[in-house]
Design a protein around this ligand. Structure first.
Ligand code: MG
Length: 313
């Protein structure tokens, strides 16, 4: 069951984008820059830093331009930002960013409610972004929402997910992150969907993005790992919530994911202690306790527990 695990996986830190867009409070620009500069020190390979969307949609990230041009950039880290269309891409490009993320839904009703467009229309806009981005050497990653179920349409057909992934990959995205947007997936379903996709798509081109809304986020990540997935989105501290369920947990917490992987002998390159420092700082800024279990355990754990777990970090 655990014989074929990868020796190393990649964690894509989405807290500064996906996390903050779902937080009520606006974090001051200088503090966002400080947080990203702190994340630079943790060993992360990839950080989504912001979103180039209209401030009317996401006022929490209205300072995307200033954040993107002001952070310290490490040679070893890929920095990316969400763009909804070519106008967003123009803004991102002006900051010298080398990678963008394009979002779309696998279910019709979520697509309509989220961006007021059909899935087909979203794919068309996505292709415009891909074409323009690739022409100026910017890589594109896609994030496909509601892959494991939609709050409006119910279950999502795996065949539909496959077709959208194939269309995006052949248009030029290098990877599609399949997302459990409202945290409804279970490990068996994750295994079924990933195995289904693996017949037609190289799993190196598929990442997973899980939410812990109903407590199954980490179990789903484990199932994906066992099926051969090696890229995982997560959010430090478990930053962010669920847009459809106020007060509910959002993205799985990077600390929890990294702790589990390290304990299983799967490397991430991430220093947990430094990551926890980032989450503690974010807690202070947001004036609320963040949901990461590892973060809470490390805050309250007694010395013996810390000494014991040290061997596994
Ligand atoms: Mg998310």
């Amino acid at each position: 069951m655990f014989e074929k695990l990868p020796r190393k996986v990649k964690v894509v830190e989405v807290g500064m984008r996906d996390g903050l867009q779902n937080e009520k409070n606006f974090i001051p620009t200088q503090e966002k820059i400080r947080l990203i500069n702190m994340l630079n020190q943790t060993g992360l390979e990839q950080i989504e830093i912001t979103s180039f969307v209209s401030p009317k949609w996401i006022p929490q990230l209205a300072d995307s331009l200033e954040v993107a041009v002001s952070i310290e950039r490490s040679q070893n880290i890929t920095y990316s930002a969400l763009v909804p269309n070519n106008r967003g891409l123009d803004s991102a490009q002006a900051t010298g960013i080398k990678e963008v993320v394009f979002f779309l839904s696998a279910s019709e009703s979520h697509s309509q409610k989220n961006i007021n467009k059909s899935v087909k229309e979203a794919i068309r806009i996505g292709k415009e972004v891909i074409n323009q981005a690739l022409s100026v050497n910017i890589k594109v990653r896609a994030n496909l929402s509601t892959v494991f179920g939609c709050p409006f349409d119910g279950p999502t057909e795996s065949q539909k997910v496959l077709e959208i992934c194939q269309e995006l990959l052949s248009a030029g995205v290098y990877e599609v992150a399949i997302s459990d947007t409202t945290g409804v997936a279970n490990p068996k379903q994750v295994s079924d969907v990933v195995n289904f996709l693996s017949h037609d798509i190289d799993l190196n081109k598929i990442a997973v993005h899980f939410h812990d809304t109903r407590g199954s986020g980490l179990a789903n990540a484990l199932a994906a790992l066992q099926c051969g997935i090696s890229t995982f989105d997560s959010s430090f501290g478990g930053l962010g919530g669920c847009p459809f369920a106020p007060g509910a947990s959002g993205n799985i917490a990077t600390e929890d994911l990294v702790y589990m992987f390290h304990g299983m002998g799967v490397k991430t390159g991430i220093n947990l202690n430094k990551l926890v420092d980032c989450s503690r700082y974010a807690q202070k800024l947001l004036e609320r306790k963040l949901p990461s279990k590892y973060l809470q355990a490390s805050t309250f754990a007694c010395d013996e527990v810390i000494a014991w777990t040290k061997d596994y970090l």
